[in-house]
Design a binder for this molecule. Sequence first.
Ligand code: GLV
Ligand code: MN
Ligand code: MN
Length: 422
Amino acid sequence: MTMPALREDALAAAAAVDERRLWDRLAAMAQIGAIPGQGVNRPALSPEDIEARALLLSWADSLGLSASVDAIGNLFLRREGLDPSAPPVMTGSHMDTQPKGGRFDGIYGVVAGLEALQAMDAAGVRTRAPVEVVAWTNEEGGRFPPCTMGSMVFAGACRVEDFVDVRDNAGIRLGDALAATLAATPDTARRPAGGPVAAYVEAHIEQGPLLEAAGLQVGAVTGVQGMRWFNVEVSGESAHAGTAPVSLRRDALREAVAMIAALRELTDDPSDITRFTVGRMLVTPNSPNSVPSHVLFSVDIRHPDRATIARLGDAVEPTCRAQARACTVTVTPTLHDDPTTFDPSVVDLVESAAGALGLPTMRLPSGASHDAMYLARMCPTGMVFVPCERGISHNEAENAKPSDLAAGARVLAATLAGLANR
Ligand code: GLV
Ligand code: MN
Ligand code: MN
């Protein structure tokens, strides 16, 4: 795709971005699911998610945007274009958070998208193509694994039915939580999943240290590293902690610990590029004086190189099996994302929008996953990053500066206007 230079109206839209309004909306969203330490716990498809959706819909209504929702709960807010039949340019991110999440991961991209549309209104900018802000369902996967579920369904990589029986730690089915979420906004029009989409640009905090270290307010994201997720289930037999001889036990936790140690060795990387995380573990019966009969743990492995992530991911099951002694083990892949490279023309446009706005910038890859990965399968895609304090994220202390967030929203507004007026 070749991209024309940005027109004046794209820069006018950027100039109309209102830092205070953007910050106030982020602050209002941060109240929904607020936890101590300035954090947010807003799990996907929870009452808090429902409340955030209602607030977003009220803002969209006041801006005259038309709202629609698809079967996985992705919420779309549309600003009409001069050519309503043109495929929309999309932007957005997610409103769900990690259990101990921050005020910016995800919600910034949704609120910045809304701000970009409001800025276009304020600047009197009409676009040829419609522009839609999307709040993707369950990007985090913290409650219902895997992550990026909404964008996966939208891109046709999975079906809603693939996920309805996923259960959270309390045993609640995703299908039931999704039905409750959809029922909470009965007046929102239903739309089919999927495109066509003309282009997608997502704004997000970097969640890493590079922009802050470089003293930059915005970055043009080149792509996302690859990622493999698994559920490992180890099954043994419960027994009395005081009476059962250790040699006769089928202790699921003991074997799970051996598997995790072996996976650590597998992913050991002196260059510190490989990421390996076991972040979730469910132990049954979870009692101090019963030998564990069952353990489920998650595996998250990431690497920017396609061959390396393939090799490491393929080795997870044999590595776990080699540690099974008296127990049985089942390894279920739940996510397989190859590394993503964003469309160079969109990366160029983000960079030139920043340049035209007088914002020095750099190109950088994303260590975190994003819904943009799945949109990149459908249309030219890119991302705008803004710095966050010390790169801290998935943590209540996540922090970002209002001026940086506004700078990212300006670049987003100019980029969207540029794409929608091609
Ligand atoms: C998304 O939050 C991720 O895990 O990268
Ligand atoms: Mn995110
Ligand atoms: Mn996240």
